[in-house]
Design a binder for this molecule. Structure first.
Ligand code: Z5A
Length: 207
């Protein structure tokens, strides 16, 4: 059995991850690839419960360390019960956010050290890394404007603009550090152009 490919979609709020995930899934299925679509935090029953803890607003503030550890607790469940089994069965996994989001939000946004995140990454993931990461990038205001049309804000969406600027910078740094894996896609262009750029990159993986 040939191991499947692991593709992650990343980017700040409202850049179009969910929209384009569905598009990529359809594109891969047209190429006879069996795709598992999933998301982080979440993807299993227990990890979805952790997602609620992370996204809901609570009267007790969640400490930076608790937030980081909960992200990796959810990820550990997700890897064991969804990602690894699917890849081992030759299926491709398409995941809405993964560990680059931790470097961006907990690293960039919350100022947690990269070395701490790296330590947890190695502990929880072992050698598992995405084969390809599509980083959708757009100026923060554009993403926020698109996302906030939806209404109620979760715990992250309620953050200040400066937080999202830090997140964006940290994502761009990740792309600089891992140019072979992370492909930057301009998300502040018409959807058809974004999707054309996505296909170009995915096509190289299909070949
Ligand atoms: N988080 C973390 O802190 N650490 C971690 O390790 C992980 C996550 C894994 C949940 O993420 C939160 O968890 C997230 C970071 C944190 N918080 N934030 N912020 P999420 O992925 O569930 O939530 P999200 O980032 O807020 O996703 P989103 O707002 O749903 O955005 P999106 O999926 O990127 O966008 P979309 O829903 O596809 O598109 C938004 C709208 O824009 C929609 O109406 C589209 O039709 C429209 N759109 C999309 N593309 C275009 C273009 N090109 N032109 C015009 N309009 C467009």
């Amino acid at each position: 059995m040939i191991r499947g490919k692991f593709i992650t979609l990343e980017g700040g709020e409202g850049v179009g991850k969910t929209t384009n995930l569905a598009f990529i899934k359809d594109y891969l299925q047209q190429h006879n690839i069996t795709v598992v679509v999933t998301r982080e935090p979440g993807g299993t029953v227990l990890a979805e419960k952790i997602r609620h803890i992370l996204l809901d607003k609570h009267s007790e503030a969640i400490s930076e360390h608790a937030e980081l550890l909960l992200m990796f607790a959810a990820r550990a469940q997700h890897i064991k019960h969804v990602i690894e089994p699917a890849l081992a069965q030759g299926r491709w996994v398409l995941c809405d956010r993964f560990t680059d989001a931790t470097y961006a939000y907990q690293g960039g946004g919350r100022n947690m050290r990269s070395s701490t995140i790296e330590c947890l990454e190695n502990l929880v993931q072992g050698p598992l890394r995405p084969d390809l990461t599509l980083l959708l990038d757009a100026p923060v205001e554009i993403g926020i404007e698109r996302a906030r049309k939806r209404g109620a804000f979760d715990r992250f969406e309620a953050e200040k603009i400066s937080f999202f600027e830090q997140v964006r910078r940290a994502y761009l740094l990740q792309a600089e550090l891992h140019p072979e894996r992370i492909k930057l896609i301009k998300a502040n262009q018409p959807l058809a152009d974004v999707q054309r750029a996505l296909i170009e990159v995915i096509h190289t993986l299909l070949r």
